[in-house]
Design a protein around this ligand. Structure first.
Ligand SMILES: [Zn+2]
Ligand SMILES: [Zn+2]
Length: 176
């Protein structure tokens, strides 16, 4: 039987520490490690950055302005999920382009007293009771479908995202 590696204990302990550390503590530690170790710096670059020539380079002006590299992971402004720019294609994202409107026609809010239960037209209640709202883009009830539009994830400001979607013709549910 092989002698026990004293590093095994540290590994388990470190693993546990990583599990329970706050995000800001981890960020600080990670930054320090990258600053101190060129090897860690290179590993971090290959884990979190991407080079041109991948799908990312074709995604938009973000890639061009960032020079030769860019972040590999972005938060999508449409579906609000994290995505990998290297695997982002025209079917990656499903989202609603409209707003969640209060559904007044439905009995859902019949017994709702705003003084007691909260303002219906608020972000809090939209999150809590999505089924009491309908999407302005497609009329779907909130919480029932991921989205009525499909296209690439976008990290650009909404205006640019919208024009590029129209240009690429990815909109599934058009009024026409
Ligand atoms: Zn919709
Ligand atoms: Zn998305």
């Amino acid at each position: 039987m092989a002698p026990q590696n004293p590093q095994d204990n540290d590994r388990a302990l470190l693993s546990s520490a990583i599990e329970t550390a706050t995000p800001s503590r981890l960020r600080k530690a990670f930054q320090e490690i990258c600053d101190k170790s060129p090897e860690a710096f290179n590993l971090a670059c290959s884990a979190l950055l991407t080079k041109p020539g991948t799908a990312a380079a074709a995604e938009g002006s973000n890639a061009a302005s960032a020079g030769d590299k860019r972040k590999r992971f972005e938060i999508c402004i449409q579906c609000e999920k994290e995505y990998n720019v290297e695997t982002n294609d025209e079917k990656s994202c499903v989202w609603h382009s409209g707003e969640l409107d209060v559904d007044d026609d439905d009995d859902f809010w019949a017994d709702h007293d705003e003084d007691i239960h909260g303002i219906i037209d608020s972000d809090e209640l939209r999150e809590q009771y999505p089924e009491g709202y309908t999407w302005s883009c497609c009329g779907e009830r909130g919480g029932t479908s991921e989205g009525c539009e499909r296209g690439p994830h976008e990290s650009e400001p909404g205006m640019i995202a919208k024009s590029s979607r129209t240009r690429l013709g990815y909109i599934l549910n058009q009024d026409t």
